[in-house]
Design a protein around this ligand. Structure first.
Ligand SMILES: *Cc1c(COP(=O)(O)O)cnc(C)c1O
Length: 497
Protein backbone atom coordinates (compact mmCIF):
# COMPACT_ATOMS: atom_id res chain seq x y z
CA UNK A 1 0.00 0.00 0.00
CA UNK A 2 1.17 3.50 -0.87
CA UNK A 3 0.28 6.86 0.63
CA UNK A 4 -0.60 9.93 -1.40
CA UNK A 5 -0.86 13.56 -0.38
CA UNK A 6 -4.35 15.04 -0.17
CA UNK A 7 -3.08 18.04 -2.17
CA UNK A 8 -0.79 16.49 -4.76
CA UNK A 9 -1.42 13.18 -6.51
CA UNK A 10 2.17 12.95 -7.70
CA UNK A 11 3.44 12.55 -4.17
CA UNK A 12 3.41 8.88 -3.35
CA UNK A 13 5.36 7.29 -0.49
CA UNK A 14 5.23 4.15 1.61
CA UNK A 15 4.01 4.13 5.18
CA UNK A 16 7.43 4.46 6.83
CA UNK A 17 8.05 7.68 4.90
CA UNK A 18 4.55 8.99 5.60
CA UNK A 19 5.12 8.45 9.33
CA UNK A 20 8.60 9.98 9.32
CA UNK A 21 7.57 13.06 7.34
CA UNK A 22 4.31 13.65 9.23
CA UNK A 23 3.08 16.18 6.68
CA UNK A 24 3.71 16.34 2.94
CA UNK A 25 6.04 19.10 1.78
CA UNK A 26 3.34 21.15 0.05
CA UNK A 27 1.22 21.04 3.20
CA UNK A 28 -1.06 18.10 2.32
CA UNK A 29 -1.80 15.14 4.58
CA UNK A 30 -0.86 11.57 3.78
CA UNK A 31 -3.74 9.18 3.09
CA UNK A 32 -3.74 5.52 2.04
CA UNK A 33 -4.13 5.13 -1.74
CA UNK A 34 -7.11 2.85 -1.10
CA UNK A 35 -8.96 1.40 1.87
CA UNK A 36 -8.18 -2.24 2.55
CA UNK A 37 -11.42 -4.20 2.86
CA UNK A 38 -12.31 -6.33 5.84
CA UNK A 39 -14.96 -9.05 5.65
CA UNK A 40 -17.21 -10.58 8.28
CA UNK A 41 -14.86 -13.58 8.24
CA UNK A 42 -11.99 -11.25 9.16
CA UNK A 43 -14.03 -9.94 12.12
CA UNK A 44 -15.09 -13.46 13.08
CA UNK A 45 -11.44 -14.45 13.11
CA UNK A 46 -10.48 -11.50 15.33
CA UNK A 47 -13.37 -12.10 17.71
CA UNK A 48 -11.54 -14.58 19.91
CA UNK A 49 -8.20 -12.79 19.72
CA UNK A 50 -6.47 -10.38 22.08
CA UNK A 51 -6.20 -6.64 21.46
CA UNK A 52 -2.54 -7.16 20.52
CA UNK A 53 -3.37 -9.73 17.86
CA UNK A 54 -6.18 -7.56 16.51
CA UNK A 55 -3.82 -4.58 16.40
CA UNK A 56 -1.22 -6.50 14.39
CA UNK A 57 -3.91 -7.75 12.01
CA UNK A 58 -5.30 -4.26 11.34
CA UNK A 59 -1.90 -2.57 11.10
CA UNK A 60 -0.63 -5.14 8.64
CA UNK A 61 -3.39 -4.08 6.21
CA UNK A 62 -2.03 -0.53 6.18
CA UNK A 63 1.67 -0.71 7.02
CA UNK A 64 2.53 -3.16 4.28
CA UNK A 65 6.21 -2.19 4.29
CA UNK A 66 6.54 -3.47 7.89
CA UNK A 67 7.02 -7.17 8.65
CA UNK A 68 4.67 -8.98 11.02
CA UNK A 69 7.52 -9.27 13.53
CA UNK A 70 8.18 -5.53 13.38
CA UNK A 71 4.52 -4.74 13.88
CA UNK A 72 4.28 -7.14 16.79
CA UNK A 73 7.29 -5.54 18.49
CA UNK A 74 5.74 -2.09 18.07
CA UNK A 75 2.36 -3.20 19.38
CA UNK A 76 3.86 -5.01 22.37
CA UNK A 77 5.99 -2.01 23.26
CA UNK A 78 2.91 0.18 23.20
CA UNK A 79 0.18 -1.91 24.76
CA UNK A 80 1.77 -4.81 26.63
CA UNK A 81 4.44 -3.30 28.84
CA UNK A 82 2.29 -2.34 31.78
CA UNK A 83 1.39 1.03 30.25
CA UNK A 84 -2.30 0.23 30.31
CA UNK A 85 -4.32 -1.15 33.18
CA UNK A 86 -5.67 -4.57 32.38
CA UNK A 87 -5.29 -6.77 29.34
CA UNK A 88 -7.52 -4.81 26.98
CA UNK A 89 -6.29 -1.22 26.61
CA UNK A 90 -9.68 -0.13 25.26
CA UNK A 91 -12.42 -1.97 27.18
CA UNK A 92 -16.15 -1.46 26.76
CA UNK A 93 -18.46 -0.53 29.58
CA UNK A 94 -22.16 -1.21 29.02
CA UNK A 95 -23.98 1.96 30.03
CA UNK A 96 -27.51 0.95 29.02
CA UNK A 97 -28.93 -1.80 26.80
CA UNK A 98 -28.06 0.15 23.66
CA UNK A 99 -25.22 2.49 24.61
CA UNK A 100 -21.68 1.22 25.03
CA UNK A 101 -18.84 3.35 26.33
CA UNK A 102 -15.53 2.60 24.67
CA UNK A 103 -13.12 3.65 27.42
CA UNK A 104 -10.00 5.02 25.80
CA UNK A 105 -8.43 6.39 28.98
CA UNK A 106 -6.76 3.46 30.72
CA UNK A 107 -3.28 4.55 29.61
CA UNK A 108 -0.56 6.41 31.51
CA UNK A 109 -2.10 9.90 31.25
CA UNK A 110 -5.74 8.81 31.64
CA UNK A 111 -6.89 10.22 28.28
CA UNK A 112 -7.41 8.90 24.78
CA UNK A 113 -4.30 10.48 23.21
CA UNK A 114 -2.37 7.67 24.93
CA UNK A 115 -3.92 5.12 22.57
CA UNK A 116 -2.03 6.64 19.63
CA UNK A 117 0.91 8.26 21.39
CA UNK A 118 1.99 4.99 22.97
CA UNK A 119 2.28 3.33 19.56
CA UNK A 120 3.53 6.22 17.39
CA UNK A 121 7.08 6.33 18.89
CA UNK A 122 7.65 2.67 18.05
CA UNK A 123 6.27 3.15 14.54
CA UNK A 124 8.54 6.18 14.10
CA UNK A 125 11.61 4.46 15.42
CA UNK A 126 10.96 1.46 13.15
CA UNK A 127 10.22 3.75 10.18
CA UNK A 128 13.48 5.53 10.82
CA UNK A 129 15.35 2.26 10.59
CA UNK A 130 13.63 1.44 7.30
CA UNK A 131 13.49 4.77 5.51
CA UNK A 132 15.45 7.23 7.63
CA UNK A 133 19.03 8.43 7.49
CA UNK A 134 20.16 6.79 10.72
CA UNK A 135 19.86 9.96 12.78
CA UNK A 136 18.23 10.04 16.21
CA UNK A 137 14.74 11.57 16.05
CA UNK A 138 14.18 14.57 18.28
CA UNK A 139 10.55 15.36 19.03
CA UNK A 140 9.96 18.96 20.07
CA UNK A 141 6.61 19.81 21.63
CA UNK A 142 5.00 23.01 22.85
CA UNK A 143 2.13 22.02 25.07
CA UNK A 144 -0.69 23.63 26.95
CA UNK A 145 -0.75 20.56 29.16
CA UNK A 146 -2.10 17.20 28.18
CA UNK A 147 -0.56 16.39 24.83
CA UNK A 148 2.94 17.12 26.09
CA UNK A 149 2.60 14.64 28.91
CA UNK A 150 1.09 11.98 26.66
CA UNK A 151 3.99 12.45 24.21
CA UNK A 152 6.56 12.24 27.02
CA UNK A 153 5.04 8.97 28.21
CA UNK A 154 4.96 7.59 24.69
CA UNK A 155 8.54 8.42 23.74
CA UNK A 156 10.06 7.63 27.14
CA UNK A 157 13.03 5.32 26.56
CA UNK A 158 12.03 4.36 22.98
CA UNK A 159 15.29 3.58 21.17
CA UNK A 160 16.43 6.08 18.54
CA UNK A 161 14.26 8.92 19.85
CA UNK A 162 14.52 11.90 22.19
CA UNK A 163 11.76 14.22 23.29
CA UNK A 164 11.80 17.80 24.57
CA UNK A 165 8.71 19.48 25.94
CA UNK A 166 8.21 23.18 26.63
CA UNK A 167 5.18 24.31 28.60
CA UNK A 168 4.06 27.84 29.49
CA UNK A 169 4.77 28.90 33.04
CA UNK A 170 1.24 30.30 33.17
CA UNK A 171 -1.69 28.24 32.05
CA UNK A 172 -1.11 24.65 33.09
CA UNK A 173 -2.69 23.16 36.19
CA UNK A 174 -0.71 22.04 39.22
CA UNK A 175 -1.25 18.40 38.31
CA UNK A 176 -0.31 18.92 34.65
CA UNK A 177 2.89 20.63 35.71
CA UNK A 178 3.80 17.90 38.19
CA UNK A 179 3.12 15.25 35.57
CA UNK A 180 5.71 16.81 33.30
CA UNK A 181 8.44 17.86 35.72
CA UNK A 182 8.54 14.39 37.31
CA UNK A 183 8.70 12.56 33.95
CA UNK A 184 11.00 9.56 33.99
CA UNK A 185 13.19 8.33 31.13
CA UNK A 186 16.74 8.82 29.86
CA UNK A 187 15.72 10.48 26.58
CA UNK A 188 13.36 13.17 27.87
CA UNK A 189 13.71 16.87 28.69
CA UNK A 190 11.19 19.39 30.02
CA UNK A 191 11.37 23.14 30.67
CA UNK A 192 8.90 25.88 31.58
CA UNK A 193 8.83 29.01 29.41
CA UNK A 194 8.06 32.51 30.68
CA UNK A 195 4.78 33.72 29.21
CA UNK A 196 1.68 32.00 27.83
CA UNK A 197 1.11 29.12 25.44
CA UNK A 198 1.26 31.25 22.30
CA UNK A 199 4.72 32.57 23.29
CA UNK A 200 5.89 29.05 23.89
CA UNK A 201 4.39 27.67 20.67
CA UNK A 202 5.66 30.42 18.37
CA UNK A 203 9.21 29.99 19.67
CA UNK A 204 9.06 26.21 19.20
CA UNK A 205 7.94 26.79 15.59
CA UNK A 206 10.89 29.12 15.12
CA UNK A 207 13.32 26.55 16.51
CA UNK A 208 12.00 23.88 14.14
CA UNK A 209 13.05 25.89 11.09
CA UNK A 210 16.08 27.78 12.43
CA UNK A 211 18.96 26.81 10.08
CA UNK A 212 21.67 27.27 12.72
CA UNK A 213 19.89 24.93 15.12
CA UNK A 214 19.15 22.40 12.38
CA UNK A 215 22.79 22.18 11.30
CA UNK A 216 23.95 21.93 14.92
CA UNK A 217 21.62 18.95 15.32
CA UNK A 218 22.76 17.38 12.06
CA UNK A 219 26.39 17.55 13.15
CA UNK A 220 25.45 15.59 16.22
CA UNK A 221 23.47 12.91 14.42
CA UNK A 222 20.07 14.34 15.40
CA UNK A 223 17.03 15.40 13.37
CA UNK A 224 13.72 17.06 14.32
CA UNK A 225 10.40 15.35 13.80
CA UNK A 226 6.81 15.95 14.89
CA UNK A 227 4.18 13.92 16.64
CA UNK A 228 1.16 16.02 15.51
CA UNK A 229 -2.33 14.61 15.38
CA UNK A 230 -2.18 14.73 11.56
CA UNK A 231 0.65 12.16 11.45
CA UNK A 232 -0.54 8.94 9.83
CA UNK A 233 1.18 7.08 12.68
CA UNK A 234 -1.25 8.70 15.11
CA UNK A 235 -4.34 8.02 13.04
CA UNK A 236 -3.85 4.36 12.23
CA UNK A 237 -3.74 3.22 15.91
CA UNK A 238 -7.18 4.75 16.31
CA UNK A 239 -8.74 2.57 13.62
CA UNK A 240 -7.76 -0.49 15.64
CA UNK A 241 -9.94 0.21 18.65
CA UNK A 242 -13.14 0.67 16.68
CA UNK A 243 -12.64 -2.68 15.00
CA UNK A 244 -11.66 -4.25 18.31
CA UNK A 245 -14.71 -2.75 20.07
CA UNK A 246 -17.00 -4.24 17.44
CA UNK A 247 -15.37 -7.65 17.92
CA UNK A 248 -15.83 -7.34 21.69
CA UNK A 249 -19.54 -6.60 21.29
CA UNK A 250 -19.92 -9.68 19.10
CA UNK A 251 -17.84 -11.82 21.47
CA UNK A 252 -19.95 -10.66 24.43
CA UNK A 253 -23.12 -11.47 22.46
CA UNK A 254 -24.33 -7.89 22.65
CA UNK A 255 -24.79 -7.86 18.85
CA UNK A 256 -24.85 -10.54 16.15
CA UNK A 257 -21.93 -10.44 13.72
CA UNK A 258 -22.80 -8.10 10.84
CA UNK A 259 -25.29 -5.90 12.68
CA UNK A 260 -24.50 -2.23 12.12
CA UNK A 261 -23.75 0.06 15.06
CA UNK A 262 -23.60 3.83 15.34
CA UNK A 263 -20.44 5.47 16.66
CA UNK A 264 -20.57 8.76 18.57
CA UNK A 265 -17.34 10.71 19.13
CA UNK A 266 -16.58 13.90 21.09
CA UNK A 267 -14.65 15.77 18.43
CA UNK A 268 -11.98 18.45 18.26
CA UNK A 269 -9.35 17.95 15.58
CA UNK A 270 -11.50 15.35 13.79
CA UNK A 271 -8.87 12.62 14.24
CA UNK A 272 -10.80 10.22 16.41
CA UNK A 273 -14.02 10.31 14.38
CA UNK A 274 -12.07 10.13 11.11
CA UNK A 275 -10.59 6.84 12.29
CA UNK A 276 -14.15 5.55 12.82
CA UNK A 277 -15.05 6.72 9.29
CA UNK A 278 -12.00 4.88 7.91
CA UNK A 279 -13.10 1.73 9.76
CA UNK A 280 -16.49 2.09 8.08
CA UNK A 281 -14.86 2.55 4.67
CA UNK A 282 -12.99 -0.70 5.30
CA UNK A 283 -16.26 -2.53 5.80
CA UNK A 284 -16.85 -2.45 9.56
CA UNK A 285 -20.65 -2.58 9.99
CA UNK A 286 -21.23 1.05 10.99
CA UNK A 287 -24.33 3.04 10.22
CA UNK A 288 -24.13 6.67 11.44
CA UNK A 289 -21.11 8.54 12.73
CA UNK A 290 -22.28 11.08 15.28
CA UNK A 291 -19.94 14.05 15.57
CA UNK A 292 -20.38 15.70 18.98
CA UNK A 293 -19.10 19.23 19.64
CA UNK A 294 -19.22 21.72 22.48
CA UNK A 295 -20.12 25.40 21.94
CA UNK A 296 -17.25 25.66 19.47
CA UNK A 297 -19.65 24.08 17.03
CA UNK A 298 -17.98 24.76 13.70
CA UNK A 299 -18.30 21.07 12.80
CA UNK A 300 -22.00 20.90 13.67
CA UNK A 301 -22.68 23.77 11.28
CA UNK A 302 -20.48 22.20 8.65
CA UNK A 303 -22.25 18.85 8.76
CA UNK A 304 -25.66 20.53 8.70
CA UNK A 305 -25.00 23.13 5.99
CA UNK A 306 -21.85 22.16 4.08
CA UNK A 307 -20.25 25.51 4.93
CA UNK A 308 -17.09 25.48 7.03
CA UNK A 309 -16.58 28.89 8.57
CA UNK A 310 -13.99 29.54 11.24
CA UNK A 311 -14.93 33.22 11.53
CA UNK A 312 -16.81 33.01 14.79
CA UNK A 313 -16.23 33.59 18.49
CA UNK A 314 -13.97 31.18 20.32
CA UNK A 315 -15.25 29.85 23.65
CA UNK A 316 -13.35 28.35 26.56
CA UNK A 317 -15.52 25.46 27.73
CA UNK A 318 -15.40 22.72 30.35
CA UNK A 319 -14.34 20.28 27.61
CA UNK A 320 -11.09 22.09 26.68
CA UNK A 321 -9.65 19.40 24.40
CA UNK A 322 -12.49 20.18 21.99
CA UNK A 323 -12.02 23.96 22.00
CA UNK A 324 -10.88 24.07 18.40
CA UNK A 325 -11.99 26.11 15.38
CA UNK A 326 -9.77 24.48 12.75
CA UNK A 327 -10.07 20.71 12.74
CA UNK A 328 -6.92 19.76 10.91
CA UNK A 329 -7.86 16.15 10.12
CA UNK A 330 -11.04 17.27 8.35
CA UNK A 331 -8.90 17.74 5.24
CA UNK A 332 -8.79 13.97 4.90
CA UNK A 333 -12.59 13.78 4.83
CA UNK A 334 -12.78 16.61 2.28
CA UNK A 335 -10.43 14.58 0.10
CA UNK A 336 -12.83 11.61 0.19
CA UNK A 337 -15.95 13.75 -0.34
CA UNK A 338 -14.47 15.35 -3.45
CA UNK A 339 -13.93 11.88 -4.89
CA UNK A 340 -10.22 12.09 -4.04
CA UNK A 341 -9.67 15.29 -5.99
CA UNK A 342 -6.26 16.66 -4.96
CA UNK A 343 -6.68 20.01 -6.65
CA UNK A 344 -10.10 20.70 -5.23
CA UNK A 345 -8.94 19.70 -1.73
CA UNK A 346 -5.96 22.05 -2.04
CA UNK A 347 -8.25 24.85 -3.21
CA UNK A 348 -10.60 24.45 -0.25
CA UNK A 349 -7.67 24.43 2.17
CA UNK A 350 -6.39 27.63 0.56
CA UNK A 351 -9.79 29.20 1.07
CA UNK A 352 -9.71 28.12 4.71
CA UNK A 353 -6.30 29.70 5.16
CA UNK A 354 -7.35 32.91 3.42
CA UNK A 355 -10.97 33.85 4.03
CA UNK A 356 -11.37 31.19 6.72
CA UNK A 357 -14.29 29.59 4.94
CA UNK A 358 -15.24 27.11 2.20
CA UNK A 359 -18.35 25.30 1.01
CA UNK A 360 -19.14 21.82 -0.21
CA UNK A 361 -21.20 21.21 -3.34
CA UNK A 362 -24.75 19.92 -2.72
CA UNK A 363 -23.64 16.42 -3.86
CA UNK A 364 -20.71 16.42 -1.45
CA UNK A 365 -22.95 17.61 1.37
CA UNK A 366 -25.41 14.81 0.69
CA UNK A 367 -22.62 12.27 0.67
CA UNK A 368 -21.31 13.56 4.00
CA UNK A 369 -24.76 13.48 5.58
CA UNK A 370 -25.22 9.85 4.60
CA UNK A 371 -22.40 9.00 7.00
CA UNK A 372 -22.37 11.84 9.53
CA UNK A 373 -24.71 13.55 11.94
CA UNK A 374 -23.49 16.67 13.76
CA UNK A 375 -24.70 18.04 17.10
CA UNK A 376 -23.42 20.19 19.93
CA UNK A 377 -24.21 21.13 23.50
CA UNK A 378 -23.50 23.81 26.11
CA UNK A 379 -21.50 23.59 29.34
CA UNK A 380 -24.77 23.61 31.31
CA UNK A 381 -25.97 20.57 29.36
CA UNK A 382 -22.62 18.86 29.99
CA UNK A 383 -22.99 19.44 33.69
CA UNK A 384 -26.54 18.06 33.70
CA UNK A 385 -25.48 15.07 31.65
CA UNK A 386 -22.69 14.20 34.10
CA UNK A 387 -25.18 14.36 36.98
CA UNK A 388 -27.86 12.43 35.09
CA UNK A 389 -25.44 9.68 34.01
CA UNK A 390 -24.35 9.22 37.62
CA UNK A 391 -27.88 9.21 39.00
CA UNK A 392 -29.27 6.87 36.39
CA UNK A 393 -26.36 4.49 35.75
CA UNK A 394 -23.95 5.07 38.68
CA UNK A 395 -21.33 5.92 36.07
CA UNK A 396 -19.12 8.98 36.45
CA UNK A 397 -18.01 10.38 33.09
CA UNK A 398 -15.68 13.22 32.18
CA UNK A 399 -16.96 16.41 30.44
CA UNK A 400 -15.81 15.33 26.94
CA UNK A 401 -17.60 12.02 27.23
CA UNK A 402 -20.63 13.90 28.55
CA UNK A 403 -20.71 16.01 25.36
CA UNK A 404 -20.89 12.78 23.36
CA UNK A 405 -23.59 11.23 25.56
CA UNK A 406 -25.67 14.40 25.37
CA UNK A 407 -25.43 14.66 21.58
CA UNK A 408 -26.08 10.93 21.24
CA UNK A 409 -29.32 11.46 23.15
CA UNK A 410 -30.29 14.47 21.01
CA UNK A 411 -29.72 12.40 17.88
CA UNK A 412 -31.93 9.58 19.15
CA UNK A 413 -34.72 11.92 20.13
CA UNK A 414 -34.60 13.80 16.83
CA UNK A 415 -34.37 10.82 14.53
CA UNK A 416 -35.90 7.95 16.47
CA UNK A 417 -32.90 5.88 15.38
CA UNK A 418 -32.30 3.32 18.12
CA UNK A 419 -29.33 1.58 16.57
CA UNK A 420 -26.93 0.41 19.27
CA UNK A 421 -24.24 3.00 19.71
CA UNK A 422 -20.58 2.93 20.68
CA UNK A 423 -19.75 6.21 22.43
CA UNK A 424 -16.06 7.08 22.61
CA UNK A 425 -15.15 7.92 26.20
CA UNK A 426 -12.02 10.03 25.85
CA UNK A 427 -10.87 10.92 29.36
CA UNK A 428 -11.00 9.67 32.92
CA UNK A 429 -13.24 11.83 35.13
CA UNK A 430 -10.18 12.19 37.38
CA UNK A 431 -8.62 14.44 34.75
CA UNK A 432 -11.39 16.99 35.19
CA UNK A 433 -12.19 16.73 38.87
CA UNK A 434 -13.46 20.25 39.54
CA UNK A 435 -15.97 20.21 36.66
CA UNK A 436 -17.15 16.72 37.57
CA UNK A 437 -17.46 17.40 41.31
CA UNK A 438 -19.31 20.65 40.57
CA UNK A 439 -21.72 18.85 38.25
CA UNK A 440 -22.42 16.25 40.91
CA UNK A 441 -23.22 19.00 43.41
CA UNK A 442 -20.26 18.14 45.60
CA UNK A 443 -17.87 20.54 47.32
CA UNK A 444 -14.81 21.39 45.20
CA UNK A 445 -11.66 21.66 47.36
CA UNK A 446 -9.01 24.19 46.25
CA UNK A 447 -6.18 21.69 46.24
CA UNK A 448 -5.92 19.43 43.16
CA UNK A 449 -5.02 16.35 45.17
CA UNK A 450 -7.84 16.92 47.64
CA UNK A 451 -10.16 17.01 44.59
CA UNK A 452 -8.89 13.62 43.45
CA UNK A 453 -9.63 12.14 46.85
CA UNK A 454 -13.03 13.78 47.00
CA UNK A 455 -14.00 12.39 43.59
CA UNK A 456 -12.78 8.96 44.61
CA UNK A 457 -14.93 9.18 47.72
CA UNK A 458 -18.03 10.26 45.76
CA UNK A 459 -17.64 7.83 42.87
CA UNK A 460 -16.28 4.82 44.71
CA UNK A 461 -13.56 4.59 42.03
CA UNK A 462 -9.89 4.51 43.04
CA UNK A 463 -7.72 7.48 42.04
CA UNK A 464 -5.71 6.32 38.97
CA UNK A 465 -2.26 5.34 40.26
CA UNK A 466 -0.43 7.62 37.80
CA UNK A 467 -2.21 10.64 39.30
CA UNK A 468 -2.27 9.51 42.93
CA UNK A 469 1.49 8.91 43.10
CA UNK A 470 2.44 12.28 41.62
CA UNK A 471 2.70 14.19 44.86
CA UNK A 472 5.58 12.03 46.00
CA UNK A 473 7.56 11.74 42.76
CA UNK A 474 10.91 13.54 42.70
CA UNK A 475 11.00 16.69 40.53
CA UNK A 476 13.55 16.25 37.73
CA UNK A 477 13.04 19.36 35.62
CA UNK A 478 12.71 22.60 37.54
CA UNK A 479 14.08 25.15 35.05
CA UNK A 480 12.15 28.11 33.72
CA UNK A 481 13.62 29.82 30.66
CA UNK A 482 12.81 32.98 28.72
CA UNK A 483 11.92 32.72 25.04
CA UNK A 484 15.41 33.89 24.18
CA UNK A 485 16.92 31.08 26.25
CA UNK A 486 14.93 28.28 24.60
CA UNK A 487 17.55 27.59 21.93
CA UNK A 488 20.22 27.08 24.58
CA UNK A 489 17.76 24.97 26.59
CA UNK A 490 17.36 22.68 23.57
CA UNK A 491 21.14 22.15 23.45
CA UNK A 492 21.38 21.62 27.19
CA UNK A 493 18.54 19.13 27.30
CA UNK A 494 20.07 17.22 24.37
CA UNK A 495 23.44 17.17 26.14
CA UNK A 496 25.15 19.28 23.43
CA UNK A 497 27.67 21.77 24.77
C1 LIG B 1 -8.04 15.29 21.94
C2 LIG B 1 -9.29 15.00 22.70
C3 LIG B 1 -10.55 14.98 22.07
C4 LIG B 1 -10.75 15.33 20.60
O1 LIG B 1 -10.23 14.35 19.75
P1 LIG B 1 -9.93 14.71 18.20
O2 LIG B 1 -9.26 13.52 17.65
O3 LIG B 1 -9.02 15.92 18.27
O4 LIG B 1 -11.22 15.03 17.56
C5 LIG B 1 -11.67 14.64 22.83
N1 LIG B 1 -11.55 14.37 24.15
C6 LIG B 1 -10.35 14.40 24.79
C7 LIG B 1 -10.31 14.12 26.25
C8 LIG B 1 -9.19 14.70 24.09
O5 LIG B 1 -8.02 14.74 24.73
Amino acid sequence: MKYVSTRDGNICVDSAQAILRGISKEGGLFVPDHFPKISLEFLEDLRGKSYLDRAVAVLSLYLTDFTQEELRRCVEGAYASGNFEGENPAPISVLSPDVYLLELWHGPTCAFKDMALQLLPYLMSQSNQKAGDGKTIVILVATSGDTGKAALEGFQDVAGTKILVFYPQKGVSAIQKLQMVTQRGENVGVAAVEGNFDDCQSQVKEIFTNPAILSRLEENGLTFSRANSINWGRLVPQIIYYISAYCDLVADEEIPLGEPVNICVPTGNFGNILAAYYAKQMGLPVSKLICASNENNVLTDFIRTGVYDRNRPFYLTTSPSMDILISSNLERLIFELTGRDHQLTAKRMDELKGAGRYSLTPEELKKMQEDFYGGFCTDAQVSQRIAHTFQQYSYVCDPHTAVALEVCDQYRQQTGDETRTIVASTASPFKFTSTVLGALGEPVPDNDFAQLNELSHVSGMPVPPSLAGLEHQPVRFDRTVSRAQMEQAVYNLLGLK
